[in-house]
Design a protein around this ligand. Sequence first.
Ligand SMILES: CC(C)(COP(=O)(O)OP(=O)(O)OC[C@H]1O[C@@H](n2cnc3c(N)ncnc32)[C@H](O)[C@@H]1OP(=O)(O)O)[C@@H](O)C(=O)NCCC(=O)NCCS
Length: 167
Amino acid sequence: MGFQANDREIISGLGEISIRGIDDQYERPESSSIYEDWGPMAPEAKSMQIRRWLIELTDLTGNVIPVGDLSAHAVWYGPTLSSRSMNIGISIVNDLRGKGIGSIAQRLLAEELHREGIVRVEAGTDVDNVAEQRSLLKAGFVLEGVLRRAQGRADGLHDLQVWSHIG
Ligand SMILES: CC(C)(COP(=O)(O)OP(=O)(O)OC[C@H]1O[C@@H](n2cnc3c(N)ncnc32)[C@H](O)[C@@H]1OP(=O)(O)O)[C@@H](O)C(=O)NCCC(=O)NCCS
């Protein structure tokens, strides 16, 4: 039998988590963290083509609630299609963190990208971001190493852990 993946998953007592693609006009669900305090952004970075997904919770009464969002952009490790990986990012609304939504959503997105033919799905996260590290581990990602001084935010340069999901 071929590879079969679920496109949604239930969290007991909370409801069902699913993801769906959205365009760049869709307003992000309200969420904040020190990991998104960028400071001035680089105009050159706007050339990155970013795809987006909304994370939705269908609660126990059937209401569909936006609970976060995901993004992905291509990273090319050579000039061939098979050298393209997708680097993903995520944010969950502040009051629903730590309930398992992030790990399900990241696994669902990795599986969706694998179905599109992407073998390597990667995620970088701050070496201090323990919540995202635990969430990636539960989503089936594997820690590969540390990218030193890779990300500049408002408070300076940060080392990033790099994780991957191979499919
Ligand atoms: C990181 C994030 C996406 C993870 O999603 P989530 O739904 O909270 O994650 P999960 O519930 O799947 O897993 C979080 C794990 O970290 C633990 N954790 C530790 N500190 C936590 C914190 N401050 N908040 C939430 N979880 C925390 C949880 O206990 C859980 O581990 P466990 O299941 O082994 O107990 C979410 O917390 C978030 O949006 N954070 C702010 C934005 C961010 O950091 N994005 C990633 C940038 S790379």
